[in-house]
Ligand binder design. Structure first.
Ligand SMILES: NC(=O)CC(=O)C(=O)O
Length: 307
């Protein structure tokens, strides 16, 4: 059974809404990371929110996209800045997400990058499930107009350093139990991390529920990091309303308890994750060993027949 080998000190930065100025967004992230390290010097891991360097807008992803190349501050300023900050503060940095352009195909992805304390890129996740919804009297959003989906479940093993072995997803990915279960139960992750940006419609409906259920059914720590909520009534360069993130970044323990939670404004959260809690929960309610794959196999076959 996999657990955290030691306690891990982690901070989430609920950054103020991404402005149209990419360099101002990067500078904001830089200054909030410095503030985090001053306020919580024991921090080993920092998580940023989804699309922290760009507005969350289908029409704008392409404009803000950059290739994932290292040491090229001109063409990939966000990649370069994340690497620099991880190295400077000697932290594992889960750099929220940024719009990525794959130069060979011209495809745009919503991509999360992870840097180790030496500034090396140690992980990358492309959003697997695109946020395409049309909720009557609520919100219509279609990421697939400009984004392409990733094609792999991502688990990052930092167990030798911070102790974390985590499933990494981006926002809408958290609605799908399979990748979370794959990372937790097959790859033995002890934590699930989702840089995210739910909104004022779907946040109140499902944010807390999803964090708790992913934590509870996989018996892992679950971490959601959102941007702060933008002011009401703002419009972007197309006259479209600016996306209003839900906020409420949080950490849920393997029992399903919320350990720390932000409000709607810019805020830093700090918390210690403890492997003993994972152990205790898994021993008390050993669902990991009680699965009935003999039965689930029948369910799968039935679903396939009905397609
Ligand atoms: N923004 C997202 O990707 C997802 C979201 O807001 C939701 O699932 O709700």
């Amino acid at each position: 059974m996999n657990v955290l080998k030691k306690k891990v000190n982690i901070s989430l930065i609920q950054l103020a809404g991404s402005t149209p100025d990419k360099f101002a967004n990067l500078a904001r992230a830089e200054s909030l990371i410095a503030k985090t390290m001053k306020e919580y010097p024991a921090t080993e891991v920092i998580v940023l929110p989804e699309c922290f360097n760009s507005p969350y807008s289908v029409k704008l992803f392409k404009k803000y996209a950059e290739p994932i190349i290292l040491d090229d501050a001109e063409n990939a300023p966000s990649v370069s800045k994340l690497s620099e900050l991880a190295l400077k503060h000697k932290i594992l940095l889960i750099g929220g997400s940024i719009p990525e352009i794959e130069e060979s195909t011209g495809k745009i992805y919503n991509t999360s990058l992870v840097f180790d304390p030496k500034g090396n890129l140690v992980g990358k996740h492309r959003k697997l499930h695109l946020f395409d919804v049309d909720i009557p009297n609520g919100i219509t959003f279609k990421e697939s107009i400009t984004l392409s989906p990733g094609n792999k479940v991502t688990t990052i093993d930092d167990s030798e350093n911070s102790g974390l072995k985590f499933g990494l997803g981006i926002c809408y990915d958290m609605r799908f139990p399979e990748p979370a279960m794959y990372s937790s139960r097959i790859e033995n992750a002890n934590t699930l991390i989702y840089p995210s940006a739910f909104n004022t419609v779907t946040g109140p409906l499902h944010w807390h529920l999803l964090a708790k259920v992913r934590a509870m059914d996989n018996q892992v720590y679950t971490i959601l990091c959102s941007p702060a909520r933008a002011a009401e009534g703002l419009v972007d360069e197309f006259g479209d309303p600016v996306y209003r993130a839900y906020g409420h970044s949080l950490i849920v323990n393997p029992k399903g308890d919320v350990l720390v939670e932000a409000g709607e404004n810019e805020e830093i959260l700090n918390c210690e994750l403890d492997g003993d809690v994972i152990n205790a929960v898994r021993q008390a309610i050993p669902i990991g060993f009680q699965r009935r794959f003999d039965v689930y196999e029948q369910v799968k076959l039935k679903e396939e027949k009905e397609k």
